[in-house]
Design a binder for this molecule. Structure first.
Ligand SMILES: Cc1cc2nc3c(=O)[nH]c(=O)nc-3n(C[C@H](O)[C@H](O)[C@H](O)COP(=O)(O)O)c2cc1C
Length: 212
């Protein structure tokens, strides 16, 4: 099997005001620059229309987002899955969890145990739950049997600038939108995901039964 086989990566996110969406697209860019075939997908909104309408930024995001919706096929297709959600009371948003709660049938087939998983988030405050959200998302990967890929400190941008080894993240205090430091960390996460997944595919394809 050639080392040119592209890693297939599904970046699946929920975002209410666009911050996590920006990280999702930066992560996808990083993966593509390392040869990955990438799908970026949002999950369905489930908040009441009046709640959305009460926040102009939320409504504006809903009106402008053109990303396709995630399906179970995206999970089955992917070699690696990156999950993103805003921090909501220290954990992931219900909208992302609702989608993940539809994966029972797929989980039962065992196919999700062959994936690499990684996660990312945005909160409004530095100590408002970035890590707890990423760790909570990663619990899904443990149940699926996936290989969890942290961001780590291997890249100097994370070691010297962005500083969150759990996954890329952005603090949106006072309505800020993801800055270059946060977007670069997300790109690094995508690059790392593409490289590690590609290497795993190559290794799997050289084993007699293709097991992982
Ligand atoms: C219901 C709700 C709960 C939130 N909980 C937290 C929280 O626990 N900690 C925090 O720092 N920010 C919290 N936030 C702020 C969001 O995490 C933050 O604005 C984030 O950047 C939004 O990302 P998005 O633009 O992708 O939706 C909360 C926001 C909402 C609407």
């Amino acid at each position: 099997m050639s080392s040119a086989v592209p890693a297939r990566i599904a970046v699946i996110f929920y975002s209410s005001t666009g911050n996590v969406a920006a990280l999702a697209h930066a992560l996808a860019d990083g993966a593509r620059t390392n040869g990955a075939d990438v799908r970026v997908r949002r999950v369905h909104e489930s908040a009441p229309a009046e709640a959305i309408a009460s926040n102009p930024r939320w409504q504006g995001w809903i009106d402008s987002c053109t990303d396709e919706y995630a399906s179970l096929d995206d999970l089955e297709w992917a070699d690696a899955i990156a999950l993103g959600s805003p921090t909501r009371f220290g954990g992931p948003a219900a909208q992302l969890k609702s989608f993940l709660d539809t994966t029972g049938g797929l989980w039962f087939t065992g196919v999700l145990a062959t994936k690499v998983g990684t996660s990312f988030t945005s909160s409004s405050t530095q100590h408002g739950g970035l890590e707890s959200t990423i760790l909570a998302i990663n619990n899904i990967f443990y149940h699926w049997g996936s290989l969890v890929m942290p961001l780590g400190y291997a890249h100097e941008h994370v070691a010297r600038v962005s500083g969150n080894p759990y996954g890329s993240s952005f603090v949106s205090r006072k309505g800020a939108t993801p800055d270059n430091d946060a977007l670069t960390a997300a790109r690094v996460q995508g690059e790392r995901l593409a490289i590690i997944t590609r290497d795993l595919i190559i290794g799997r394809n050289t084993r007699p039964n293709g097991a992982m």
